[in-house]
Design a binder for this molecule. Structure first.
Ligand code: AMP
Ligand code: GLY
Length: 461
């Protein structure tokens, strides 16, 4: 089978690395890919947002399956165009991708499907938005640009002055361009954040082993948000019971809601959640694997991933047995370039990746790397993600940091606290859920006994 992976980040290198191990594969292409994907796939210089170019490539190369990494091409309708060309695609159509591409679309679907989320209002003019904010009694409030804003579209505002300033920046000064033509204003939720990724063919749902991302650039979760500075998996705080609840109350109703809208969703449903004293509530949906969450997933997914991707694209996911997961811990440490997530350095020579990969249970996934005249060099803010497995989280951490330290480039930095405070987090989440039980709402009634594995649960099962 010939497969094309679309994208150029660490997530796409990880997907290529995993797919390349499949005995079903005849050839793997990556567009445009990076220096890491080039080692396991044939990189083709077509940009991930060049929908026409990608469809042409898939046709000319007679590709059997396209696996789309990032959200932008999905929001631009890549899957629709590939379907029109008769090519199986892992990734939702444009309307499905609106779940990530439009906060208002997502909130509407959540309300209609009675899925717990922060109460919200939407505005497409700044005057009424500000008048509403002036009338708010409860603070903070959260102002969100409706469209894709690469993580820069959310403002948690302490009072009306700050919130009105955010509305002005987004709607009047258009700092986020078209993404800010509409805003969603929602209630601030208190609790612990968690994410859950599932793959679905629009009917069967397969929850993936949970991965915890570290979003802020600085240790102790300080500083601005990034795409993700590191990950660990599994997440002891997300018990089987809680996952089951999330599946029944959030994922399955969301997929059902999409189907009611005529959307046949085939790909990743990634739920960003707040575990509150009323139980889990949805903050946002993404419609693709997280980056670097995917890097941890592929390290722990013991089976051939390709049949799962194909079945998702073809609508036959329910026919597959649940996959086996490596019970060990995976830790992924992102190495970034000085300045990230702001303006960062580029073009610095990288050394040591080959030596790092010889270390026990280590795999380095490239992100912003390219091959220049003098060899491997940096080309992005997040340069690579060093992953390692270990019987316990400490071992996985030591291996990952050991390998990270073997790699060099000027301006390199990482967070040193990836995979720490795992137990504290578990305690905070279980305390939240205890309160939820006490209040009656968010109780676990009706949720079956935890199943041994994360089995694909047919709707209503
Ligand atoms: P989003 O892109 O919607 O996930 O928002 C980015 C980040 O903003 C989340 O990861 C949360 O940390 C925070 N956030 C978003 N919405 C809320 C909310 N309603 N209450 C509290 N924090 C929020
Ligand atoms: N790591 C978070 C994301 O991919 O959205």
């Amino acid at each position: 089978m010939k497969v094309l992976v679309v994208g150029s980040g660490g997530r796409e290198h990880a997907l290529c690395w995993k797919i390349a191990q499949s005995p079903l594969l005849s050839e793997l292409l990556c567009a445009p890919g990076n220096a890491g994907s080039a080692a396991v796939a044939r990189n083709v210089a077509v940009d991930a947002t060049d929908v026409e170019g990608l469809v042409r490539l898939a046709r000319e190369e007679a590709v059997d399956l396209v696996v789309v990494g990032p959200e932008d091409p999905l929001c631009m309708g890549l899957a629709d165009e590939l379907h029109a060309a008769g090519i199986d695609t892992f990734g939702p159509t444009r309307r499905g991708a609106e779940l990530e591409g439009s906060k208002a679309f997502a909130k509407d679907l959540l309300d209609r499907s009675r899925i717990p989320t922060a109460t919200w209002r939407q505005f497409d003019r700044s005057g009424p938005a500000k008048a509403y904010l002036e009338s708010c009694q409860q603070w903070p409030q959260v102002v969100k640009a409706d469209g894709l804003a690469a993580g820069k579209g959310v403002f948690i505002c302490a009072d009306a002055t700050e919130a009105c300033r955010a509305v002005d920046a987004v709607m009047e000064e258009k700092r986020l361009g078209e993404a800010g033509a509409r805003v969603v204003i929602e209630e601030f939720l208190e609790g612990e954040e968690a994410t859950v990724q599932a793959i679905t063919d629009g009917e069967a749902v397969l929850i993936l082993e949970p991965v915890v991302d570290h979003k802020q650039v600085g240790e102790g979760d300080e500083g601005p948000n990034t795409g993700g500075m590191g990950v660990y998996s599994p997440a002891p705080s997300l018990t089987r019971r809680l996952l089951r609840q999330i599946e029944q109350r959030i994922l399955i109703p969301a997929i059902h809601g999409l189907r009611t809208e005529g959307v046949d969703f085939r790909g990743v449903l990634y739920a960003g959640l707040m575990i509150t004293e009323q139980g889990p509530k949805v903050l946002e949906f993404n419609v693709r694997f997280g980056d670097p969450e995917a890097q941890a997933v592929v390290r722990r997914f013991k089976e051939d991933l390709l049949p799962y991707l194909l079945a998702t694209a073809q609508g036959t996911l329910g026919e597959l047995d649940p996959p086996e997961w490596d019970p060990r811990f995976a830790v992924g440490v992102v190495g970034a370039s000085e300045g990230y997530p702001g303006v960062y350095r580029k073009g610095d020579a990288i050394s040591g990746t080959d030596a790092a990969d010889t270390l026990e249970e280590v795999v380095t996934f490239h992100a912003g790397t390219t091959v220049g005249p003098d060899g491997l060099q940096t080309s992005g803010g997040r340069v690579l993600c060093v992953t390692a497995l270990g019987d316990d989280i400490e071992t996985a951490r030591e291996r990952a940091y050991g390998a990270y330290d073997a790699i060099e480039w000027s301006g390199k930095f990482c967070r040193r606290d990836i995979g720490t405070r795992v137990e504290a987090r578990k305690e905070r989440i279980s305390a939240m859920l205890e309160k939820a039980k006490g209040e009656g709402s968010g109780s676990l009634e009706g949720v079956g006994a935890a199943r041994p594995a994360l089995d694909p649960a047919r709707e209503g099962a």
